[in-house]
Ligand binder design. Structure first.
Ligand SMILES: CC(C)(COP(=O)(O)OP(=O)(O)OC[C@H]1O[C@@H](n2cnc3c(N)ncnc32)[C@H](O)[C@@H]1O)[C@@H](O)C(=O)NCCC(=O)NCCS
Ligand SMILES: Nc1ncnc2c1ncn2[C@@H]1O[C@H](COP(=O)(O)OP(=O)(O)OP(=O)(O)O)[C@@H](O)[C@H]1O
Length: 195
């Protein structure tokens, strides 16, 4: 059973994914796979260079800050980048999935619903947190500018829209409460598999 896990920027997806990992559940993180593939795949490097110029890959490693500055205020360029990265991540995920042996696995992706990835999931979980809390956490973690965070948010669906499609919601405010929501959901997922 594939359980999709998503949430807006800074909502706490990775924090929640790590709680599932502590329960012994295999977790695939699409953002990390995308990063790894941008480093290892010559095909991706070539296509990204064609799209954004040499500046996107000054050497062997991508200039993520430069690419971000090009895509989050230009939805056509973002779509073109997504079209390069997402199929490669999907193939990598299928290879990973075929090696797993667990009652269910977690597939964590930032834009699961926006990209239609939810259609390949048996269940979906949305992590939510108050807007100001997300901004505070990201400023603390990454030293990000508010404008940069809001530009990414503008390219993601609202929680209201995603909640209509999600099977479960995890409200990530207090970490201890988040952990207990994960433990409860884990039991539900184990049982729903038996039905
Ligand atoms: C633009 C890139 C180079 C910026 O890299 P950077 O290290 O700054 O950010 P990172 O990848 O860690 O993402 C941080 C957050 O930004 C947001 N974000 C990233 N990609 C997207 C996207 N395509 N659409 C909307 N939001 C996005 C998410 O909330 C994500 O959690 C990178 O995000 C990227 O290659 N994105 C396109 C591919 C993609 O969709 N990746 C995510 C799922 S595979
Ligand atoms: N409940 C919480 N209370 C306080 N800090 C939190 C909480 N949940 C997450 N954080 C912190 O907020 C930051 C963002 O969390 P996390 O990285 O899990 O979010 P994310 O949704 O995966 O982020 P991104 O969208 O950038 O990939 C991290 O520094 C994390 O340690």
């Amino acid at each position: 059973m594939v359980v999709g896990l998503t949430g807006g920027i800074g909502s706490g997806k990775t924090t929640v994914a790590n709680f599932f990992r502590e329960l012994g559940i295999p977790v695939y993180i699409a953002d990390e796979a995308g990063k790894r593939l941008m480093l290892s795949s010559e095909e991706i490097k070539k296509e990204v260079r064609e799209l954004f110029g040499e500046q996107a890959y000054p050497g062997d490693e991508p200039d993520r800050k430069y690419i971000a500055s090009q895509v989050f205020n230009d939805s056509e360029k973002l779509e073109a980048l997504n079209n390069i990265i997402h199929p490669a991540v999907a193939a990598d995920f299928q290879r990973w999935l075929s090696r797993q042996n667990a009652p269910y696995i977690i597939y964590e992706a930032a834009i699961l619903f926006e990209s239609g990835g939810n259609e390949k999931c048996d269940r979906t979980i949305l992590v939510t947190a108050p807007h100001d809390e997300k901004i505070k956490r990201l400023q603390f973690r990454d030293n990000s500018e508010i404008e940069e965070i809001e530009a990414r948010m503008a390219n993601q669906w609202s929680d209201e829209k995603k909640l209509k499609l999600a099977d479960f919601q995890i409200k990530n405010t207090d970490l201890a409460l988040t952990k207990s929501q994960v433990e409860e959901l884990h039991e539900i997922l184990l049982n729903s598999r038996k039905n």
